[in-house]
Design a protein. Structure first.
Length: 276
């Protein structure tokens, strides 16, 4: 059961059972399986209930951070305002640990606390978004090169499952599901690199890159191009061709950069801009 209040929704603990394999099911069955296992990205904050087995201070921080990273913060209808009172009521706790968590999130650049106006999830400016995409291209490109030298059959199969569950038209009709599968595909490449620091650096960009890719996927011909690019990337990895894998992944992400630079005229970064 969900308890709703304003822009925030608190859900019960999600099902954490391992997803079924979908790659061998074919486009339609694979898409249906992905529908069941991949949640859509919400446009407002989703908070998990407080678990008494954790330190309250750390857990509230984790709950808020997970909620923010699970949002599509670049969606035109994204609800970026955070209401301390409503969150306190939903979680059944005082405002003190919430304020401490918000102060920590502000230090990380995920929220902005504006005196006498409130707390807002922070979008990056257009220039910052473009720079993050460049950084991601460099990190994932190197990850692909490293992964090409060490992937096995099971690793390739896992990538095919993520990339092969949709035909082009079906992916366009199920953008939230495909967008989530797309993000998991790119995260998998980072994992397969075997370089923990490289993945850690990429994870620092994840909250924004996830939302950027989710919004961009709905624009132009990006779904079809994404599907084609993923197949080429998998082929390079399966062939242990590090040069090709790095080049294809980098070009794939830099195509996103070109799309954003060309079509996203402006983005308001600061909360005061979002609400003025």
């Amino acid at each position: 059961m969900a308890i709703e209040g304003g822009g925030f929704v608190v859900y019960g603990i999600p099902d954490t059972r391992a997803p079924a394999a979908v790659g061998a099911l074919g486009p339609v069955a694979g898409r249906d399986a992905l529908n069941r296992q991949l949640p859509t990205m919400p446009r407002s904050l989703v908070l998990k209930p407080v678990n008494s087995n954790f330190s309250l201070k750390e857990h509230i921080y984790a709950v808020l951070r997970d909620g923010i990273t699970g949002m599509n913060i670049y969606a035109p209808d994204a609800d970026l305002r955070l209401d301390e009172r409503r969150m306190s009521e939903q979680l059944g706790i005082s405002r003190t640990p919430i304020r401490e968590a918000l102060a920590r999130l502000e230090q990380e650049g995920l929220v902005e606390i504006v005196p006498r106006r409130g707390v807002f999830i922070r979008r990056k400016s257009l220039q910052e978004v473009l720079e993050m995409i460049i950084a991601w291209a460099a990190l994932e490109g190197m990850a692909a090169r490293l992964a090409a030298a060490r992937v096995g059959d099971k690793d390739v199969a896992s990538l095919k499952k993520l990339a092969g569950g949709f035909a082009s038209a079906e992916a366009a009709d199920h953008l939230d599901e495909y967008s989530d599968a797309n993000i998991r595909f790119h995260q998998k490449i980072l994992e397969l690199s075997g370089c923990g620091l490289l993945k850690e650096m990429a994870d620092g960009l994840f909250v924004h890159m996830r939302a950027i890719r989710s919004r961009a996927m709905a624009e132009g011909d990006r779904v079809r191009r994404s599907l084609v690019d993923h197949q080429h990337i998998i082929a390079a990895l399966e062939g242990h061709d590090g040069d090709a894998a790095e080049r294809l992944v980098r070009e794939h992400t830099m195509n996103l950069h070109a799309h954003v630079r060309r079509t996203w005229v402006t983005l308001a970064g600061a909360a005061r801009v979002e609400t003025s």
